[in-house]
Ligand binder design. Structure first.
Ligand SMILES: [Zn+2]
Length: 116
C-alpha cells in the first residue's frame, strides 16, 4: 500500500510506494532536533514528488551529501534525498508530514547523531 504526505501548506506533496512503517528514526543531531523529524528511509524509486517541485528550496550542510528540501511557502521539510550506506539513492521521509501515520504508535529508534 502506498502512502502520501505533504508540507503544511500543501504546495509540496509526495507519494511513497510502500506501507507506512511502524518504526521511525529520531536523531539528536543539531539539524534533526531543531526540525523535529521522525524519519523513515525508502529507495528513491519508491518515492515520487507529486506536486511542488517549483516551491522547493534546498539546504545543504556538512558533507553536502544530503539535499534537505523544504517548501519555500510554509518552510516545512517533509523529505530529503541522499545516498545510503551502500551508495544507493534514498529518500528520507519525515513521517510527521504523513497524515495517515500514527506517530504515537511508532517504535522510535534513537540515533545519537550528535556524536557523529
Ligand atoms: Zn508548504
Amino acid at each position: 500500500m502506498a502512502y502520501e504526505g505533504s508540507c503544511h501548506c500543501g504546495a509540496v506533496s509526495f507519494r511513497v510506494e510502500s506501507d507506512i512503517p511502524d518504526t521511525a528514526m529520531s536523531c539528536n543531531c543539531p539539524h534533526c532536533r531543531r526540525k523535529g523529524f521522525l524519519l523513515t528511509f525508502v529507495p528513491i524509486d519508491q518515492f515520487r514528488l507529486t506536486s511542488g517541485s517549483e516551491k522547493l528550496t534546498w539546504y545543504k550542510f556538512n558533507k553536502h551529501d544530503i539535499d534537505h528540501q523544504f517548501c519555500n511557502v510554509c518552510g516545512r521539510q517533509s523529505f530529503s534525498v541522499g545516498t545510503g550506506p551502500s551508495g544507493e539513492k534514498i529518500a528520507a521521509v519525515n513521517l510527521c508530514c504523513v497524515p495517515d501515520a500514527d506517530l504515537d504508535g511508532l517504535t522510535i529508534q534513537k540515533v545519537d547523531g550528535a556524536s557523529f
